[in-house]
Design a protein around this ligand. Structure first.
Ligand code: SF4
Length: 288
């Protein structure tokens, strides 16, 4: 079963379709696709206390930040790593050891940040680490630009999804993240995850399985946020939602006047009014 999954991922990486970009390049070769990295490259691995409380808990989330990204968000707050691909190359075995080290530090989980484009190397590291005693939940912390075909193969290795829902409008996705098909891919995979994972917690309230949907509110695009909330509303009993107002202009956002500022109080109020009217029962709302 496990070898089948690795073979499947290796085949997918040979003519890469690991994300919906479908670059069809050989990820074992020198040429990179739009995500910019073929090697198992990471920029940091540590205990992270700033995730949602049910993920970070008291001990912290064992976070591994990977380099490269299949999205090209002009406002990316992690752009040196995601867009310039800064980081350190390691082997699959070394990544397994990093997971085990984080577990030894009492991390509540292993939190894979931007894993999609490197899934063909990360999943084997998870399999190895499990053989060596890794037994804490695996968190897939993703931009939400997922190829359902791949997700169906790897979902058995993932316990929790921290799942971005950035856009409800592909025109915005095209303008600010360089993809024309975000919404349909994002929603299709989301609905599959919902069917596959049920929210489950340990006695200390730390999530063991489930899905948290994250949405970052963009300035001047409150309509985008309201449409995301409207779409999520029928699923509100099944998800935890994390509504984020932390946006600040960085990377190339300064070249785009509409996103070249923070969220205003009036924008936040408008979002919260709608959010409260929809009565989302569980989740977190960030302060400005
Ligand atoms: S993972 Fe990278 S190379 Fe593969 S399809 Fe996506 S952007 Fe292209």
């Amino acid at each position: 079963m496990e070898n089948n999954s690795i073979t499947f991922l290796n085949n997918s990486a040979k003519e890469c379709n690991l994300c919906p970009r479908n670059c069809k390049i050989d990820r074992f070769g020198k040429k990179t696709g739009i995500c910019g990295v073929n090697t198992l490259r990471y920029c940091a691995a540590n205990l992270h206390y700033g995730e949602e409380p049910t993920i970070s808990g008291n001990n912290g989330s064992g976070t591994v930040f990977f380099s490269g990204c299949s999205l090209k968000c002009l406002f990316c707050q992690n752009y040196p790593n995601s867009q310039y691909c800064y980081g350190k190359d390691i082997s699959i075995d070394e990544l397994s050891k990093i997971f085990l080290k984080l577990q030894k530090k009492n991390a509540h989980n292993i939190n894979l940040v931007t894993p999609t484009h490197l899934s063909f190397l990360i999943i084997p590291a998870i399999i190895n680490a499990k053989k060596l005693g890794l037994n804490i939940p695996i968190v897939y912390n993703t931009s939400g630009y997922e190829n359902l075909f791949i997700l169906k193969k790897i979902i058995k290795y993932i316990n929790i999804f921290l799942y971005d829902m950035k856009y409800s409008d592909n025109r915005l996705a095209a303008k600010y993240s360089g993809v024309v098909d975000y919404v349909e891919n994002n929603r299709r995979s989301f609905e599959f995850i919902l069917k596959s994972k049920k929210n489950r917690f340990n006695k200390d309230g730390i999530m063991q399985e489930g899905i948290i949907v994250r949405h970052l509110v963009l300035p001047n695009y409150i309509g985008n946020t309201l449409e995301v909330l409207k779409y999520l509303s029928p699923f509100k009993e099944q998800i935890y939602i994390s509504l984020m107002f932390q946006y600040f202009p960085t990377y190339k956002a300064g070249n785009y006047p509409k996103i070249n500022r923070k969220i205003t109080r009036a924008e936040r109020s408008k979002v919260l009014k709608y959010f409260n009217a929809l009565k989302f029962p569980q989740g977190w709302v960030q302060e400005l």
